[in-house]
Design a protein around this ligand. Sequence first.
Ligand SMILES: Cc1ncc(COP(=O)(O)O)c(C=O)c1O
Length: 353
Amino acid sequence: MHLTITKAEKLKPQPDDSKLGFGSIFTDHMFNMDYNPEKGWHNPRIEPYAPIEMDPATMVLHYGQAIFEGLKAFRTESGDIYLFRPRDNFKRLNRSAHALCIPELDEDFLLDALKQLLVMEKNWIPKAPETSLYIRPTVIAMDPFLGVRASHTYRFFIILSPVGAYYPEGFNPVKIWVTKKHVRAVRGGLGEAKTPGNYAASLYAGEEAHKHGYTQVLWLDGVYQQYVEEVGSMNIFFVIDDELVTPMLNGSILPGITRDSVIALAKMWDLKVTEREISIDEVIDTHSSGKLQEIFGSGTAAVISPVGELKYGDRVITINDGRVGPMANKFFKVITDIQYGRAEDTMGWIELV
Ligand SMILES: Cc1ncc(COP(=O)(O)O)c(C=O)c1O
């Protein structure tokens, strides 16, 4: 497939690297590609960043048939541009596509297109410490049609957004709220796909947590409301008696790439790491017996997010005296050092742009 490039006539003013937030500034260009049953995926193009015009009946607006990804590009001290495990994001995009009846995409082609877009937008990759360029590949159902079925036509696009350091005031533990009233995903549902409905399902409980002064929701399974699944939009790890424990992938948990990286590093360091069911009662019990050393979340945005406090019903427990634990610290440092080229990538995770 031949990729066409149309350059923006007027470039946008660029933000101050040291004042970046998350997700509100977008670069000059985007990648677009269309699908129809006759041509398959076709017309790949890099164009000026622009609104997508759509019929009010466009299926994605009504039935939520959409999938997306989230990854980052990093600028190293020597000026190289690094991507962290991008092939894994495109693999996961295709797994989400399968779950949502969306036609498969060519992962090699997508990586190549992304690299071309990044080369064009190189000046948008911020230089200030711990900043990056967030990458959002997305597929949406485009048939103008009312009625529940899979769409016949789709749009794939990639947009880019320069983002600031996730921890501008330092690496701080968050407070999490456990709810039994709401679930994010259920067995047999779409929990393991990166699709908008899962995020819509998380909003109400998220607002409730905020109202009570908590930053994130700890999600329990949708069947027994007993087993821990995720925290906010991150995977979750516990350090219990020097063992790293994380919920096993069960179909309703998003298989995080940061999660996989934490597990791979732990194995390389000969730490005991177990993927298994872990109930909220076990979490509380191990805290009571003094065995619960740390809890932390893992995800692309924050990399590692230590948990300092957890509220479950009437119980409030403080983890590691509300301080960042040594494991959370170590994973955060090692992963970010690889991403910014400060440490050698012995795991083969970096893709040079
Ligand atoms: C629901 C959910 N769980 C987990 C993650 C962590 O996944 P990753 O480490 O690939 O960013 C994310 C973020 O992508 C997410 O949205």
